[in-house]
Write a protein that binds this ligand. Structure first.
Ligand SMILES: Cc1cc2nc3c(=O)[nH]c(=O)nc-3n(C[C@H](O)[C@H](O)[C@H](O)COP(=O)(O)OP(=O)(O)OC[C@H]3O[C@@H](n4cnc5c(N)ncnc54)[C@H](O)[C@@H]3O)c2cc1C
Length: 305
């Protein structure tokens, strides 16, 4: 008979890590599944300036600090990707790329992945001048010209990060107003090597073997212009990592996961937190907050609180 864990946590970002730490304190049995780098999206945050205890910290340093907390608590991450999450009788059945595991409760803390522009050649140029992560690949564009596409905080921070690497940084956004913070917009406006263009959308990626430029279109006038550059960094939003969820009614039309005040989904015993929730603000402290609420809910359900 296979082991039945108290809980299985899908994703070792700040939400999943926090749950693991809390469950460990109460001796609950659990698995923390994640094939990626511990810390999730924190690893690609160029600069975190809203995490308690730090004025400013590079994302990878914070991710490492979070990982260290797991190590100190002797929590291991099982490096497997979840392919299916189902309910079988009273238990959750979680199939990964290596095995199938069973649990009394489960948590979807699998975050999001980058939304693509949807333009021709996007996949072909990925890794050849087109990247979704300025922090990971920005150094390839040293002293070159790059464009960041998007209007949220992530786009603004990616552009600011590139100011210190590239010769010239363009930022285009489809609206005249930015969703991201005014402080970041001002920082870019004041930079001598930045140029903000609104309301522009990307129209065509130029280059066959590698990025050679981009054609952009003004949404108000229809005017098109070609900018020659070497790097394209789209930051146009996120898609939830929930494709493995095979329990009816758990996902909404946007494939995010609605929850109640206990962070429980429409399926009893199944919880969700962090960036997979339908919310406008996606932040590390929110993911950790969700993790605390989820662990309390799970421990209460298991009678271990
Ligand atoms: C460029 C950028 C800058 C940011 N800057 C800041 C900032 O300054 N301050 C701030 O508070 N927030 C910032 N954020 C947001 C913050 O990183 C996220 O809100 C936070 O990491 C969400 O945590 P999470 O645990 O919900 O998900 P994630 O951190 O996304 O972690 C999810 C984990 O789930 C794993 N996973 C996915 N699918 C599966 C699967 N099928 N099976 C198993 N595991 C899976 C992934 O590998 C990942 O490790 C930034 C984000 C980006 C992209």
């Amino acid at each position: 008979m296979a082991q039945i864990y108290d809980s299985i946590i899908i994703g070792a970002g700040p939400c999943g890590m926090r749950i693991a730490l809390e469950l460990k304190k109460k001796n609950a049995s659990f698995l923390l599944l994640d094939p990626g780098t511990p810390g999730g999206k924190v690893n690609v945050a160029p600069r975190v300036d809203n995490y308690p205890g730090f004025t400013k910290i590079p994302g990878p340093d914070l991710a490492f600090a979070l990982f260290e907390r797991l190590n100190q608590a002797e929590i291991e991450i099982t490096p497997e990707e979840v392919l299916e999450l189902k309910k079988e009788n009273d238990h959750f059945a979680i199939k990964t790329d290596r095995d199938t595991y069973y649990s009394k409760t489960a948590v979807i803390a699998s975050g999001t992945k980058d939304r693509k522009l949807g333009l021709e050649n996007e996949d072909k140029l990925f890794g050849h001048g087109l990247t979704y992560c300025a922090l990971c690949d920005g150094h390839f564009f040293k002293d070159q010209d790059v464009i960041v596409i998007g209007g949220g905080n992530a786009a603004l921070k990616e552009a600011i990060h590139m100011l210190h690497v590239s010769k010239k940084v363009y930022l285009i956004h489809r609206r005249n107003e930015f969703r991201g913070s005014n402080k970041l917009v001002d920082e870019l406006k004041e930079a001598p090597n930045a140029e903000i263009l609104t309301p522009y959308i990307p129209y065509r990626l130029i280059g066959e073997e590698k990025v050679e430029g981009i054609e952009i279109e003004n949404r108000e006038t229809g005017e098109r212009r070609i900018i020659k550059l070497q790097g394209i960094i789209p930051a146009v939003g996120q898609i939830p990592n929930t494709q493995f969820v095979q329990i009816e009614g758990v996902l909404n039309e946007y494939k995010t996961v609605p929850v109640n005040r206990s962070m429980e989904t429409s399926c009893p015993g199944l919880f969700a937190g962090g960036d997979v929730l339908p919310r406008d603000i996606r932040q590390i402290y929110l993911a950790e907050h969700d993790g605390i609420v989820i662990s309390k809910s799970i421990l209460t359900l298991l009678g271990k609180e």
